[in-house]
Design a protein around this ligand. Structure first.
Ligand code: JFZ
Length: 502
């Protein structure tokens, strides 16, 4: 519902009508498998839960960085002192600014902004270093957003970086700098292009429309192959703007293209937002099977329960302001997420086997927003102490804790404490049948050992037993903190209390 409202808002704020008849419930709530399986030609190409190195790395990332950069960074959600808030759906959508506040001839102004794209402070190495310090393990970078402006010197469109005063290949600089820091790169690519005359929103019907859209499809294929040729180090492609009826009707083309991209680039990771099946089902095909290598629908929203994921890989992409992915100069009057919020959302994701991808929107000169710099630093400081609870961990099957989030790596269980108990007693609930129970505990901050005591509190008909860890009163923290708990065989069989006879 929430999502539908977002899409509706986006659709209303533009003249273009993006229709979407997707089965929303499948990717914003618990999975619903259809009662009957239908015959499909355009289902998944890759198996779910791929075991190759790229997908294993994806499962271990924990934290990623998203960067939205393009000519929309120049206005930064305002123009000549007038805010685009309320007039455009988001800062990177500012080209669609409509209504009473929109500057005269705005689209034309926007389409000429590339002539001012100097990026004079841009330093990819500095970005990569900051990302590394923050603890990000992968980057998703916008090569081309909905405005169609390509940040690489594409042979297939003139609307690209070589025509700007900056001239040089930004995608290459970013891919090289992040790769050098050991951060994997995924390329964001919008299929939808607002100012391409060959792009269509509706399904092509006439011969002329078919010719146009086929040209557009060919162009899209060329650009994608070009990206893989130019930047062979990349691990994945992150698609966007694939919701229009035109693209949805091209399911045979997109199926062949996905195969071609995968054949060309070994173990390429592609999320579920690239293509649909022949019935228009997106993210999941008409039989409920995941289309792509991981769920790509968790955008500014979260699964409420681990079971909703049905074992699929996923990540959540997240803005610091409520919405707005491109640079937004003015953050006043908006709730911007705090480092604590982000730690909470990250641990929520990781505890359910997902990654959190935090978005940055640098300004037109290539500098991060000052608020982003602060969060990167604070998050990095936290990750240096607590990162082992985030990287390479998996969901724990223990009953959900009210105190925070569990993650697990082999015999090491991590509890990220968000809600510290007032009596300092951290109680771990363990099923009585468990073969592994807490045997030792350590605070990651300060590496202080903590005592673990078995506490059978004797509740009737209780399937669980309890292990108590005492936090020293002297330990103070104004952020979430992590207790690392060693799991092992129980010291002695727990007392089997008799259930009441009634
Ligand atoms: C898209 C873009 O329109 C936006 O500008 C940004 O790049 C973001 C990362 O992706 O926006 C979407 C796409 C999908 C949903 C919401 C916003 N969704 O599935 O809820």
């Amino acid at each position: 519902m929430y999502m539908r409202n977002i899409i509706k808002r986006i659709a209303l704020s533009t003249l273009f009508i993006s229709t979407c008849s997707c089965v929303w419930a499948q990717w914003t709530g618990p999975k619903k498998k259809p009662a009957e399986q239908v015959e499909l030609k355009y289902g998944p190409i890759t198996p779910t839960n791929r075991k190759d190195a790229n997908m294993e790395a994806f499962r271990d990332y924990g934290l990623g960085q998203f960067i939205h950069w393009g000519v929309y960074a120049i206005p930064g959600n305002e123009w000549e002192g007038v805010s685009a808030r309320g007039g455009a759906a988001a800062s990177e959508w500012i080209r669609t600014w409509r209504g009473p506040t929109a500057p005269k001839g705005w689209q034309n102004i926007y389409d000429n902004l590339y002539k001012q794209f100097e990026a004079k402070d841009f330093d990819a190495k500095k970005w990569a270093k900051q990302a590394k310090e923050m603890g990000a393990k992968y980057l998703i970078f916008t090569t081309k957003h909905h405005d169609g402006f390509a940040l690489w010197p594409t042979k297939y469109s003139d609307y690209n970086i070589t025509k700007s005063p900056y001239k040089k290949d930004i995608v290459k600089e970013v891919v090289d700098a992040y790769t050098a820091e050991g951060i994997d790169v995924y390329l964001y690519f919008s299929v939808l292009e607002w100012n391409n005359p060959d792009y269509l929103y509706a399904e092509p019907k006439t011969t002329e429309e078919n010719e146009k859209f086929n040209r557009f499809l060919k162009y899209t294929r060329n650009q994608l192959l070009e990206l893989l040729d130019n930047y062979p180090q990349v691990k994945g492609l992150w698609f966007d703007g694939t919701w229009d009826a035109s693209w949805k009707s091209a399911y045979d083309f997109t199926y062949q293209l996905e195969k071609e991209l995968r054949d060309k680039h070994k173990d390429l990771v592609i999320g579920s937002r690239f293509r649909n099946d022949e019935n228009g089902a997106r993210h999941f095909d008409s039989n409920g099977a995941l289309l792509g290598d991981y769920e790509q629908g968790w955008e500014r929203k979260f699964p409420q329960d681990y079971a909703w994921l049905d074992g699929n890989d996923w990540d959540a992409v997240m803005t610091i302001p409520p919405n707005g992915w491109g640079y937004m100069k003015d953050w006043t009057g908006l709730y911007t997420k705090t480092t604590d919020d982000i730690i909470d959302l990250m641990m929520q994701s990781v505890s359910m086997n997902g990654n959190l991808v935090l978005n940055f929107g640098p300004d037109g000169n290539g500098l991060m927003h000052p608020g982003e710099d602060i969060i990167a630093k604070e998050l990095g400081d936290w990750m240096k102490i607590n990162g082992e609870a985030v990287y390479g961990v998996r969901h724990s099957d223990l009953p959900v804790s009210k105190l925070g989030y569990y993650t697990q790596k082999g015999e090491d269980l991590y509890l990220t404490v968000i809600n510290r108990p007032v009596n300092n007693n951290v109680r771990i609930t363990v099923p009585k049948v468990a073969t592994e129970v807490p045997v030792a505990a350590l605070l990651l901050d300060g590496l202080q050992s903590l005592g673990v005591k078995h506490a059978d509190i004797g509740l009737d008909l209780d399937k669980n037993t309890y292990y108590d860890i005492t936090l020293p009163k002297s330990f103070q923290s104004d952020r979430a903190f992590v207790i690392k708990i060693k799991m092992g065989a129980p010291n002695s069989k727990s007392d089997r209390l008799m259930d009441a006879k009634m």
